[in-house]
Write a new protein. Structure first.
Length: 238
């Protein structure tokens, strides 16, 4: 019912029909461009999904290994030495977050140096710490490196997924609402113009018949009446 009202409000003229056809072409071009963008985004999404899947698997394996090494160090080494080493190795990590565009979608790029350090850079005494504690520190540093990389990739993955959903909604709006509505309006205008042309043609034919009838009647009124020949009249008198 609402669509019918919108159609009735359209001005059924040739200029309006040209305008509606141009709007349909523009909407179809926009829809095709959005579909191409969505296909490209989906391609990028699948590539990132493979990277995220591999990184998550590596993170799970590395996390389990780090936890096992930590439990072994707690069971064998002196708790005081383990706590001292952890406090000595503690530090702040600064990250420089920039951005890049993937098909118009801003995604973060984390620029950082590797968290992993050598034994001498960790801040604790080499003599007072066992190799097990060094192994724990090394594995947790590698795990932190992987977490930071995974955070960048997963953020890009979420943003691409959100953009794909938004683009799909726009394509559906054009495909299922806007373009059919414009086509319906153009059809209404075209049918109205054709009906109007048929009515005009019928009226013109009717007017032409009336004019032809009047001309014929006028010719008959002004035509001279034929007179009988003189010889024939004399013979008739005799």
């Amino acid at each position: 019912m609402l669509g019918g009202r919108r159609v009735e409000q359209v001005n059924p003229t040739r200029m309006e029909l040209i305008k509606k056809n141009a709007q349909i072409r523009l909407a179809e071009q926009g829809r095709d461009l959005l579909k191409e963008k969505m296909d490209a985004l989906i391609h990028e999404l699948f590539q990132l999904m493979d990277t995220v899947s591999d990184s998550r698997n590596d993170l799970g394996i590395l996390s389990e290994s780090a936890q096992r090494s930590l439990l072994a160090a707690k069971a064998v080494d002196d708790p005081v030495a383990l706590s001292s080493a952890s406090f000595a190795a503690k530090r702040f990590i600064s990250l420089d977050i920039k951005g890049k565009n993937i098909m118009g979608v801003p995604v973060p790029v984390i620029e950082k140096q590797s968290v992993s350090r050598t034994i001498c850079e960790r801040g604790y005494s080499i003599i007072g710490v066992s190799g097990r504690i060094d192994e724990v520190a090394e594995k947790f540093e590698r795990e932190l490196d992987l977490i930071i990389s995974l955070a960048e990739t997963e953020t890009a993955l979420r943003r691409l997924g959100g953009e794909i959903q938004m683009t799909r909604r726009r394509v559906n709006a054009l495909d299922q609402v806007m373009i059919p509505e414009l086509q319906k309006q153009a059809k209404y205008i075209r049918i109205t113009i054709e009906e109007r042309e048929r009515e005009d043609l019928f009226r013109l034919k009717k007017v032409k018949k009336i004019l032809d009838r009047k001309k014929r009647a006028k010719r008959e009124e002004t035509a001279p009446v034929p007179q009988p020949a003189p010889g024939n009249a004399a013979i008739k008198t005799a």
